[in-house]
Structure formats: structure tokens, C-alpha cells
Design a protein around this ligand. Structure first.
Ligand code: PRT
Ligand code: ZN
Length: 226
């Protein structure tokens, strides 16, 4: 494995919905940083905890490959990554070390608002637009339904109007985006929130001790907020 490291490296989203809250949470644990000029790396000053600022989709892979020790990411991204990895026979156990209670959303099936919902069997043979094919596939298998995932990396909600798909499976928080596209959520396949993701085993070198200290402070910070 990698060379010994006595500093903890935490991956967080560079921008987007989870980036600022993740930094605020870590700052509330007493962390301070010196930022690199390109703002991709933050060197921890008050504790040996460095940040890597990346796309959220890259966070599970960075942990699985041992480049980072922990990450703050949506459960939706973690679950999809785990199932994709499993499908390739490269199962690496990443687990949720903490649930953070913010960044909440649902991965929902949504259908044309004019249509009636009678249950999952209704999806048989339909094209389902999604950015989460593995999570969707697992749910369809559990339901015993065969459908055709159409993988899109953005603008999932307009796929039915463009004729690319019949229904969608997408993240929903307020539901405004679905409504604007004449879609209505009918069932939830995953409840998501921001989590601290990490390996399914203890860290090596001195890093587990640093992680324990960080998590103790984090638990304190989360309790203070409640
Ligand atoms: O650039 P990068 O790849 O890092 O970011 P990204 O664009 O992939 O992700 P980002 O920042 O949009 O979301 C990061 C994480 O926030 C997601 O992986 C979820 O865990 C969480 N989250 C919480 C959401 C939402 N709520 C959400 N509403 N992610 C996306 N949405 C989308 C939703 O699909 C819809 O298109 O936001 C739109 C508005 O939602 P409504 O329901 O309020 O209309
Ligand atoms: Zn992303």
C-alpha cells in the first residue's frame, strides 16, 4: 500500500450543494487551513487534517484507492459507487462513519403527472432516465421488474419530453424541478443525506487517532447545533 502518512486527508466537494456546509462543519471543529493557489488542496494548520476539493462523484473512488482517508458526500453517490464497483467485481467496502443530517434528498421514480400510479409493475418494459443506474437496477431487481435504464448525466427531468425516456429516477428535494417538467414523484428508492464516508476498516499509521479526534469534535459540533 501507500507510503506512511501521519496526516489525515479529507475529500470534500469543491463547489455545489455540499461544499460550503462541509467546510463549515470542519471549521466548527476548530480546523484552519492554508489554501493552495489553485484552491484544490487545503493544508491543515490547527490539526494535521488536509482537505482535497473535488467533484462529489470522485470522492468514493479517492477513498477506495487510498488517496484520501475520509470524505463528505451524499449517500446517493456512495451507494451508486459501491454498487458499480461490485458489478465490476472490484468490491471495496466503504461505509458511512457518520450521518450528518443535512443535504437531505430522495431518489424518486417520477412519472407524467397526468398518469395514474398503480405500482412498480407499471414500470415493466419502460425506459427510465437516471444518473443512478446501479441504484435503480438494484431496486428494480428487488421489485422483480424489468425495465430499461437510460443513463444521463444531467437534465434527467426533461428526458420524457424529449422522447428519450418514459419516466425518470432522479434526486428530489423540494419537488419544484419535477413539477416544472409536469412530472410527479410516485415512489422513493433511496433516502439520502450528507455522510462521512470512510473505509470499512481502521486507518493505518497515526491516522486513525487523528480521525478519532476529528470525529469526537464533530460529534460535539453536531450536538451543539441540535
Ligand atoms: O460538480 P459536482 O459534480 O461536484 O456537483 P453535482 O452537480 O454533481 O452535485 P450537486 O452539488 O448538485 O449535489 C451534491 C449532492 O447534494 C447530491 O449528490 C445530493 O446528495 C445532494 N442534494 C440534495 C441534491 C439535491 N438535494 C437536489 N435537489 N442534489 C441534487 N438536487 C437536484 C435535483 O435533482 C433537481 O434537479 O437539484 C434540483 C432541484 O431539486 P428540487 O427538488 O428542489 O427542485
Ligand atoms: Zn457530481
Amino acid at each position: 500500500p501507500a507510503q506512511p502518512r501521519e496526516r489525515l486527508r479529507v475529500a470534500i466537494q469543491k463547489s455545489g450543494r455540499l461544499g460550503d456546509p462541509a467546510r463549515e462543519l470542519l471549521a466548527s471543529c476548530g480546523l484552519t487551513w492554508r489554501e493552495s493557489r489553485d484552491r484544490l488542496f487545503c493544508y491543515g494548520e490547527s490539526l494535521p487534517v488536509d482537505l482535497l476539493l473535488v467533484r462529489d462523484d470522485d470522492i468514493p473512488g479517492l477513498i477506495a484507492d487510498g488517496v484520501c482517508d475520509l470524505g463528505i458526500v451524499g449517500r446517493n453517490v456512495l451507494v451508486e459507487h459501491g454498487l458499480a464497483r461490485e458489478a465490476q467485481g472490484r468490491g471495496v467496502e466503504l461505509t458511512e462513519w457518520r450521518q450528518l443530517g443535512w443535504g437531505t434528498c430522495r431518489l424518486d421514480i417520477a412519472i407524467d403527472e397526468e398518469q395514474e400510479w398503480t405500482g412498480p409493475e407499471q414500470l415493466a418494459g419502460l425506459r427510465i432516465a437516471t444518473s443512478y443506474p446501479h441504484t435503480l437496477g438494484r431496486w428494480l431487481a428487488e421489485q422483480g421488474v424489468q425495465a430499461e435504464p437510460v443513463v444521463l448525466n444531467g437534465s434527467v427531468e426533461i428526458a420524457p419530453r424529449l422522447g428519450q425516456a418514459d419516466v425518470v429516477c432522479d434526486l428530489v428535494s423540494t419537488g419544484g424541478t419535477l413539477r416544472a417538467n409536469q412530472l410527479t414523484p410516485v415512489t422513493t428508492i433511496l433516502h439520502s443525506e450528507a455522510v462521512i464516508a470512510g473505509p470499512g476498516h481502521q486507518l493505518d499509521d497515526g491516522r486513525q487517532e487523528i480521525a478519532d479526534l476529528l470525529l469526537r469534535r464533530l460529534d460535539g459540533a453536531v450536538q451543539l447545533k441540535e
